[in-house]
Design a protein around this ligand. Structure first.
Ligand SMILES: [Zn+2]
Length: 70
């Protein structure tokens, strides 16, 4: 039987998303893991290496085009 891991929206402030975040101090560039085709990814802003991380992504922010704000 197909099981959807669906959590109740009420106690779900956001979704933990796998990302690659820039290792450079002062740079907040990051890319979603499912947008990365070559691993490890390089920073889209400065070209430095990135490291695997996780980001709590608010559900209401999902449609925001500004991905660099934390
Ligand atoms: Zn960077």
């Amino acid at each position: 039987m197909y099981y959807l891991r669906k959590k109740p929206l009420l106690d779900l402030p956001g979704e933990l998303t796998a990302i690659w975040s820039c290792i450079k101090d002062g740079c907040n560039g990051w890319t979603r893991d499912n947008f990365v085709f070559i691993r490890p990814a390089t920073c889209i802003q400065c070209g430095n290496p990135t490291e695997k991380s996780e980001k709590m992504q608010s559900n209401v922010d999902n449609t925001s085009p500004d991905q660099t704000k934390w």
